[in-house]
Ligand binder design. Structure first.
Ligand code: PGA
Length: 249
């Protein structure tokens, strides 16, 4: 199974800071001894400059969002074609901050992923429950719905390429982390749900954990059999921490 550590920079860094951070990640990732794939997702504004930094390295470039439309009069949107032309390989789709603050629902997210697949881009599709949903024991139903409504319209071949990120909303940026047991329970549930619809390909899909993942807790979480890496927010802005997380495998 692939091992992946992806950094979601969110709305942080100006272009020059982003370039420096990317340089540092590229340099430090040379010291990785295990086969861990490193992905970084800078803001749109510096994808192009950061691509120049990572181009000849093993670090891959991701975007944090993408339009559900292909082109035209959609002010402020960025299309999958544009991202692909910049050397982007992966796109984060359905991050809980997009769902919560920008009202993005599963149907819209499916349309965004259609755009990605049409342009040979790979979605990093995020799912996860809120604190209230977990407290009322709804987490499995919520995550199942996020998977069904966004993914069931695709064929097996498309789904075989996807990366899933499980990010419990209550753990994002809060300092609270899911226990390794909670993470494993949900990751194996996600794999099972995908298996019931798509079959064997479910066993090839990397499922990343996200939510206050740090060098101090990554080792324990990554040791779980269905946790194939992390989607890292805050700690991805410090290259030492980000690479230390990648070394936790
Ligand atoms: P965090 O964010 O690591 O800062 O909690 C994770 C994410 O939102 O992808």
């Amino acid at each position: 199974m692939r091992k992946i550590v992806a950094g979601n920079w969110k709305m942080n860094t100006c272009p020059s800071e982003g370039v420096n951070l990317a340089k540092s990640v590229v340099e430090m990732s040379k010291s990785l001894t295990k086969d861990v794939e490193i992905i970084i997702a800078p803001p749109f504004t510096h994808l192009s400059e950061v691509f120049n930094v990572v181009e000849d390295s093993s670090v891959a470039l991701a975007a944090q969002n993408c339009s559900d439309k292909s082109e035209g009069a959609y002010t402020g949107e960025v299309s999958a074609v544009m991202l692909a032309s910049l050397g982007v390989k992966y796109v984060i789709i359905g991050h809980s901050e997009r769902r919560e603050y920008y009202g993005e629902g599963n149907e819209l997210l499916a349309n965004k992923m259609k755009q990605l697949y049409a342009n040979n881009l790979i979605p990093i599709y995020c799912v996860g429950e809120s604190l209230g949903e977990r407290e009322s024991g709804m987490q499995n139903d919520v995550v199942k719905k996020q998977l069904q409504e966004a993914l069931w319209g695709f064929d097996k071949e498309s789904i075989s390429k996807i990366i899933i990120a499980y990010e419990p909303v209550w753990a994002i940026g809060t300092g609270l982390t899911a226990s390794s047991k909670q993470a494993e329970e949900m990751h194996s549930f996600i794999r099972e749900v995908i298996f019931t619809h798509f079959g064997e390909v479910a066993n090839e899909i990397p499922i990343l954990y996200g939510g206050s993942c740090k060098p101090s807790n990554a080792k324990e979480i990554f040791a779980e059999s269905n946790v194939n890496g992390g989607l890292i927010g805050g700690a991805s802005l410090v290259s030492d921490d980000f690479i230390a997380i990648a070394k936790s495998f």
